[in-house]
Design a protein around this ligand. Structure first.
Ligand code: SF4
Ligand code: SF4
Length: 124
């Protein structure tokens, strides 16, 4: 039987959030740098991360680390301090796309690890 998906219209409600996706929530790193340009621009802050793929091959990626459980570019006011220049991973992320992704009530790990986000989306 196919999964039933519950669509949410519109973008993620970031104006009601507490920057959940910029805080440590299951990953050991805050942002995966995806392009050569951002690997160059963020080189002073980036660290190497060895990732093992499904085929067992190890690839070394460049990532931004957390500091005290927060992205190093997240201000004390929970706003991104480099918003205009933020990496592609940040631009693409929409928590709404993780909500009910695998059928009603079956979310991705991000939603399961962030119950406040789940509650926010459930009340949207
Ligand atoms: S967790 Fe969702 S609502 Fe909150 S800041 Fe991130 S994308 Fe926006
Ligand atoms: S770079 Fe900005 S948008 Fe991306 S995780 Fe850090 S604080 Fe959040």
């Amino acid at each position: 039987m196919p999964h039933i998906r519950l669509a949410i219209v519109g973008p993620s409600p970031c104006n009601r959030c507490y920057a959940a996706c910029c805080k440590q929530n299951g990953h050991d790193w805050s942002v995966l740098l995806q392009t050569d340009d951002e690997r160059r621009r963020f080189r002073p802050w980036a660290i190497d991360l060895a990732v093992t793929g499904d085929d067992g091959a190890v690839v070394v990626e460049k990532v931004l680390p957390y500091r005290d459980g927060r992205c190093i570019f997240l201000g004390d006011d929970d706003l991104c301090q480099i918003y205009e220049d933020r990496p592609l991973s940040c631009r693409k992320f929409e928590c709404t796309g993780h909500f009910n992704r695998h059928g009603v009530g079956k979310h991705t790990r991000f939603i399961d690890l962030n119950p406040r986000v789940r509650e926010m989306l459930e009340s949207a």
